[in-house]
Design a protein around this ligand. Structure first.
Ligand SMILES: [Zn+2]
Length: 353
């Protein structure tokens, strides 16, 4: 008999709620995660200490690893430190950097990863990709999706608001990324995965149209669910396509051209998405995205994150080189520097009026 449906690699536990961490020990004792309680827990050197103080008494079989996160070297060092520990699973407890570091390290030693997210800065919380800095800049590494994801809204509310808002920009940028995917499907014949596109777009639209703000649990729930679903949409598609188009090429260009001054991931992606929607002629949608980003305190002009207009033009021009082979509105229009400058001037005028 043929297989009538496909199986999607996805976490066995998704818990997004206020107080989700109150029974972390019970959740981790799930037979599918760690029946023996032998866990390696990665935390940050700074704010991780408070998490360790809170959870260590309930997790006597756990070893705690302080990591800086962020770089490939750190992730390899963490894997080396953990590899002789006979653990059932690795727990990454912290922000995006710690989770990416733990994700890569867990994949390297063949252990499942539990992601305990303490902020909502990007859609990598539950994705099959770890973003880490290497000698050449910044790389995206394929890894298995987490086996469990826990997001405690009580903890998220304590996170720096800027990092929570960043997730808003990242998930809203899905709308532009899916539009790029559809454009490529029309223009180059690239296959489009309808399920992955649906999951990514629904997540973006839900956050875009939600009337709440980063202070409400209702909104934070939809945002966290959107980020988790977006991560899973990447597993469905087999790459980051559903959540990464021109918006992310512009973001990568900021990271590579101005590494010391780059803003939060979602701040750059949101701005990139607004401009990309404008470029593709979706003026009404672009205007609505701008309005919503503004309402959440996210940047819609480069000056709002410390870049000049000319630096933004340079980033847009460089953007296609950050993702060779990905066809987006930028590759489609293939604009000259002067044309980008003119388009940006029009965009800026519309946004400012
Ligand atoms: Zn992103």
């Amino acid at each position: 008999m043929p297989v009538l449906t496909r199986l999607i690699p996805s976490p066995v536990v998704v818990d997004i709620s206020a107080g989700a961490l109150d029974d972390l020990a019970g959740l981790l004792a799930d037979q599918r995660i760690s029946s023996s309680g032998k866990l390696a827990i990665a935390i940050s050197g700074g704010s991780g200490a408070a998490l360790r103080d809170r959870f260590a008494p309930a997790l006597p079989g756990a070893d705690w690893y302080e990591v800086g996160g962020g770089t490939l070297d750190e992730a390899i060092k963490l894997a080396d430190a953990m590899k002789s520990g006979r653990y059932d699973a690795v727990v990454g407890m912290g922000g995006g950097k710690i989770i990416d570091c733990a994700k890569y390290a867990a994949a390297r030693i063949g252990l499942p990863l539990v992601a305990v997210a303490t902020n909502l800065s990007h859609d990598g919380l539950c994705s099959p990709v770890a973003t880490l800095d290497n000698d050449a800049g910044r790389g995206s590494y394929g890894v298995p999706n987490p086996i469990a994801i826990v997001i405690d809204l009580d903890v998220i509310r304590e996170a720096p608001m800027r990092f929570v808002r960043s997730g808003v920009g990242d998930v809203i940028s899905n709308i532009s990324a899916v539009a790029d995917w559809e454009l490529s499907h029309r223009e180059t014949g690239e296959d489009i995965d309808g399920l992955a596109a649906a999951m990514a777009r629904q997540s973006g639209e839900a956050v875009l149209r939600h009337p709440g703000g980063c202070g409400d649990d209702d909104f934070l729930t939809v945002l966290a669910e959107g980020l988790v679903m977006t991560g899973i949409s990447m597993s469905v598609a087999g790459d980051s396509r559903p959540a990464s188009g021109a918006c992310h090429e512009i973001n990568h260009a900021f990271d590579l051209l101005y590494p010391k001054r780059a803003a939060a991931h979602g701040e750059q992606c949101g701005l990139g998405a607004a401009f990309a929607m404008y470029l593709r002629g979706a003026r009404e949608q672009a205007a609505y995205i701008v309005e919503v980003l503004r309402r959440h305190g996210l940047p819609v002009l480069p000056g709002e994150i410390g870049f000049t207009d000319e630096e933004f033009v340079k980033a847009v021009e460089y953007a296609p080189q950050t993702r060779p082979g990905r066809y987006t509105i930028l590759e489609h229009l293939d604009l000259s520097t002067d044309a980008i400058r003119d388009a940006f001037a029009d965009y800026a005028k519309t946004v400012s009026s």
